[in-house]
Design a protein around this ligand. Sequence first.
Ligand code: UDP
Ligand code: MG
Length: 214
Amino acid sequence: MDISVVIPLLNEEESIKELYDWIAEVMQSNRFSYEILFIDDGSSDASWKIIEQLSLEHPEVRGIKFRANYGKSQALHAGFARATGEVVITMDADLQDNPEEIPGLMQMIREDGFELVSGWKKKRYDSVLSKNLPSKLFNWAARRTSKLKLHDFNCGLKAYRNEVVKSIDVYGEMHRYIPVLAKNAGFRRIGEKVVKHQARKYGKTKFGMSRFLN
Ligand code: UDP
Ligand code: MG
């Protein structure tokens, strides 16, 4: 199989079907064989019902459901453990990440020899105060401590050779530092690709101002 798409989600009922359709269209027009793993991180809305329905209709869709909200890192971890594709793509479920970036990411892994390619939301459609400024500071600190020349460590859209996701242990809040985990696990070919980003179409961020308060 060419690609496993791993999608962590918490209460994203409005987006899931639309995201599935978009990914399927990109995969089919590029003739990639693929699976989509939706990891429901303890949603209380209809997300799981929609995932179950999609997986009944489409054999390439698989769902994993957490009993409670364990966090984005744990959701990625569960998807990574089950991913069988040669390349693993992670993306957020809220339609902020664009599936049309997948062929370009694939090319960087397969043809340019990268082991991990991290998306760079160069033009970012999020709140300036609660997201863009803290993120600049975070990325500056991550660059200094890791010596990795990336602009956007925490971008949800990334591509990996399968052995990379099997060699890292993502837990707690570590999803923000995945390129650093990969570097520490011995992977050196870590690159980045400018990716298109969209404003959140439905619902609200799950990592807003409240993350500074708790
Ligand atoms: N998410 C998750 N568990 C959480 C919080 C968020 O699986 O505890 C998912 C969320 O549904 C989305 C992705 O992680 O698919 C990124 O979250 P969000 O869009 O809220 O973050 P932002 O884009 O605002 O940084
Ligand atoms: Mg988002």
